[in-house]
Design a protein around this ligand. Structure first.
Ligand SMILES: [Zn+2]
Length: 69
């Protein structure tokens, strides 16, 4: 399924599915890095694909990148 994402839909997804907030205001594609604000106050960058598919929805402090499990 090839769903078309817009920045509005992404912001909605972010607000519904995480405690982070979307700071980026323009969306250019799945590989683009978007700027988020974590619930802890840190800003972090991540492509939406990773945010959504890999459940990387927090900054690296709250959610360290290494996943051994
Ligand atoms: Zn954080």
């Amino acid at each position: 399924m090839n769903k078309r994402w817009t920045i509005e839909k992404i912001r909605e997804f972010v607000e519904k599915n995480s405690e982070s907030k979307l700071l980026t205001t323009e969306y250019h594609g799945f590989s683009q890095k978007l700027l988020f604000k974590c619930a802890c106050g840190n800003n972090f960058e991540k492509p939406f694909k990773k945010f959504k598919d890999n459940h990387q929805r927090k900054c690296e402090v709250c959610q360290p990148p290494k996943s051994s499990r």
